[in-house]
Design a protein around this ligand. Structure first.
Ligand SMILES: *Cc1c(COP(=O)(O)O)cnc(C)c1O
Length: 403
């Protein structure tokens, strides 16, 4: 019922994608039970909500660790910063990765040791660096000489890891256009660290978010190996490898399972001696498929011959990743034939259009529920109260019947 196939696929590409599905589908993906979600929507609905099962979060953390025993996951808090989720991940032995001091405070309040929190934002204010260092954060990322100087001036004994730019081919969110040192910058940063006596002690990269290409990790790890060598040659003591985030979850397009990615990663890690500490920074992977985002159709209309549907959650209310091309599986309780719809959020901002020509049931109407599968990451975390619409509710539970 209401399960959307990926849109606009011709016959050949459909066959291709089915063949690809088979390659990748040897390891099943998890998802919150749709019936649980439908019942939750019917119990009481006051505003859009995320419903999330922490048992799935636990499962994902365990699966990640089982697949890559050498790699300790440090959850990227920004993907879903709900305290109940953070607590479960801490219980499962995860460390954390932060971008701000507010994220650090949340973790410290939960009793997470500061030494397990990595400050992975490549551009931090002096105040933020000082604040984190004073509370016991040890590791700070840099991707420029400027940041290396800043961290070193604020905290002379800070341990730093260098973010290098690596290919983001096949990622839904290429991140390499913004952060990451290139080859010439890397040489300059290493030379500067050696000259100043700064403890530049690790390498990181980010494969791109929702990365469907396992090769990005292989290439990133191989690159890190050459940077380790350059650091050692300059007299530095490299001892941390951080393989970043980007591990994908199932939406519409086929994805490589974590087992497939893990094989590539484990093989590439053989180039690093045992004493090198290896971490990763999964965000989406840990929380996305533990949750459904539920909202409601406010009304429908036709404008200029186009069908429009307005939901009570849009770009400002948590449904933002569609605007960057992510294709969610969107369900409803209708079964009419699919027709193209433009979908908007509730606000009056012209940018608040979240889907265009999306195939959805023709009989969707006012008051219908919309269920967005695997939306536990990067939804509620982005929501604002713009235009006076309330933040989504976050309903978290932990089912007992999951392993
Ligand atoms: C956002 C982010 C992550 C998490 O990315 P996912 O794609 O959610 O796994 C990890 N590390 C850094 C530095 C990030 O900015």
């Amino acid at each position: 019922m209401g399960v959307r196939p990926s849109s606009s696929i011709g016959r050949n590409s459909k066959q291709d994608s089915q063949a690809q599905e088979q390659i990748f589908d040897t390891h099943p993906e998890s998802s919150l039970d749709f019936e649980v979600v439908r019942q939750a929507a019917r119990q009481k609905y006051t505003r859009p909500f995320l419903i999330l099962d922490n048992a799935i979060v636990r499962q994902k953390a365990r699966r990640f660790r089982a697949v890559m025993p050498r790699v300790r996951p440090h959850y990227a808090v920004k993907a879903n910063p709900d305290r109940r989720v953070l607590r479960v991940l801490a219980q499962e032995g995860c460390g954390f990765e932060i971008a701000s001091t507010a994220e650090l405070d949340m973790l410290l309040a939960l009793g997470v040791p500061a030494a397990e929190v990595f400050y992975s934002n490549p551009m931090k204010s002096r105040d933020a660096i000082a604040y984190a260092a004073a509370r016991g954060v040890e590791w700070f990322v840099i991707d420029s000489v400027d940041e290396l100087r800043r961290v070193h001036e604020v905290r002379a004994d800070a341990k730093m890891y260098l973010r290098v730019s690596t290919p983001n081919i096949g990622s839904d969110w290429p991140l390499s256009g913004k952060f990451g040192a290139g080859a010439a910058e890397t040489r300059e940063i290493i030379a500067t660290a050696a000259r100043r006596g700064a403890d530049l002690a690790g390498v990181t990269f980010h494969a791109g978010s929702q990365c469907r290409n396992p090769e990005n990790w292989r290439v990133g790890i191989e690159k890190a190996r050459t940077v380790f060598d350059a650091m050692a040659k300059a007299g530095l003591k490299p001892r941390l490898l951080d393989i970043g985030g980007g591990f994908p979850v199932r939406h519409v397009k086929p994805i490589p399972s974590i087992e497939v990615i893990g094989e590539v990663v484990n093989e590439a890690l053989k180039a690093f001696p045992e004493e090198v500490r290896v971490i990763a920074e999964p965000g989406r992977y840990m929380t996305s498929d533990a949750g459904y985002f539920v909202c409601r159709v406010i009304g429908t209309t036709t404008r200029g011959g186009k069908r429009w549907m307005h939901w009570d959650a849009g770009l400002f209310g948590g449904v933002i990743e569609t605007t960057e091309g992510l294709k969610y599986r969107i369900r409803s309780d209708r079964s009419g034939p699919d027709v193209p719809w433009h979908v908007a959020g509730p606000t009056c901002d012209s940018v608040d259009v979240i889907l265009r020509d999306e195939p959805l049931p023709s009989d969707l109407q006012e008051g219908d529920f919309i269920y967005i599968r695997n939306a536990g990451a990067y939804t509620t975390a982005y929501a604002s109260e713009f235009n006076g619409f309330p933040l989504p509710e976050v309903r978290i539970f932990e089912s007992k019947n999951r392993g």
